[in-house]
Design a protein around this ligand. Structure first.
Ligand SMILES: [Zn+2]
Length: 94
């Protein structure tokens, strides 16, 4: 993806699927390990793209499509999972 990663961790997170600092420190919620692959891939692509595009605007969406194709269906499935698991959406909200 052409993104510099300073550190990467998978750990329990209460409120987010993932976080990414401006320094390139990536954290992923360990609950991603129990999700379907397409859902966890969505988050794994989603979060580091914020080091290029900080919000969910057109730039970010076009980068998401470049990596994952049409991902709107995956976004909807992920929202359902968020609801089921009680993970707040802010870390990697579609
Ligand atoms: Zn996001």
């Amino acid at each position: 993806m052409g993104i510099h990663v300073q550190s990467l961790a998978v750990r329990p997170m209460k409120n987010k699927w993932a976080s990414c600092s401006t320094r390139g420190n990536l954290n992923f919620n360990s609950e991603l390990l129990i999700l379907d692959r397409e859902l966890s891939d969505y988050v794994i692509v989603h979060e580091p793209l914020h080091s290029i595009a900080p919000n969910h605007g057109r730039m970010w969406k076009s980068l998401m499509r470049a990596h994952l194709g049409d991902c709107e269906k995956i976004e909807a499935l992920l929202r359902e999972k968020q609801h089921q698991l009680g993970v707040a959406a802010d870390g990697a909200r579609p």
